[in-house]
Design a protein. Structure first.
Lengths: 112, 114
């Protein structure tokens, strides 16, 4: 079983929709949570970074962490065709190996 | 401009050859990482380094080697022992040596075995 699970999609939504992307994880040592956006054949771009539980908002993006359920989410409001990309969740521990563990990514398509 | 530079963007290797992928950063970050990405899969950790002259194996280190002689450089060598090297390789860095801050990525090197 993978430490981080993420639905690969593809997820197709109309322009203007609210998008919900999710990851679950099994290792309770994860404390730092990130979301990356990756366009085809490019390096991942950091979108959101949160520590421990709670919500964080940045423009049209909101990240949520529920450590009791081992579940993290990224919400995109007023989605745009330019949001079409693969979204990767990533997380890091505060003990042991100090390197990000990634989900497999969810491919999002926003239809104009 | 500060950032992470990976070169080359595309690389072709014949079977049995070793090749070296370059990763340079001018962000003054302590930690550097190499990941491999295969189609439809997430990033898998190959090697990482928290400080100069020190590095650790990740999940898929077999067939790869690295060095960290300078803070700004972390080259990856794909050896002939790596049986399936065709993939997209990504280098990243983080200001915190423990990796407890955001990691930023380069634009990747696409390696193809011919």
């Amino acid at each position: 079983q993978k430490e981080v699970e993420q639905d690969p999609g593809p997820l197709s939504v109309p322009e203007g929709a609210i998008v919900s992307l999710n990851c679950t994880y099994s290792n309770s040592a994860f404390q730092y949570f990130m979301w990356y956006r990756q366009y085809s054949r490019k390096g991942p771009e950091l979108l959101m970074y949160t520590y421990s539980s709670g919500n964080k908002e940045d423009g049209r993006f909101t990240a949520q962490v529920d450590k009791s359920s081992k579940y993290i989410s990224l919400f995109i409001r007023d989605s745009q065709p330019s949001d079409s990309a693969t979204y990767l969740c990533a997380m890091n521990r505060d003990t042991g190996r100090r390197a990000l563990t990634f989900g497999s990514g969810t491919r999002l398509q926003v239809q104009p | 401009d500060g950032g992470i530079t990976q070169s080359p963007k595309y690389l072709f290797r014949k079977e049995g050859q070793n090749v070296t992928l370059s990763c340079e950063q001018n962000l003054n970050h302590d930690a550097m990482y190499w990941y491999r990405q295969d189609p439809g899969q997430g990033l898998r950790l190959i090697y990482y380094s928290q400080i100069v002259n020190d590095f650790q194996k990740g999940d898929i280190a077999e067939g790869y080697s690295v060095s960290r002689e300078k803070k700004e450089s972390f080259p990856l060598t794909v050896t002939s022992a790596q049986k399936n090297p065709t993939a997209f390789y990504l280098c990243a860095s983080s200001i915190n040596p423990q990796g407890l801050t955001e990691a930023f990525f380069g634009q990747g090197t696409r390696l193809t075995v011919v």
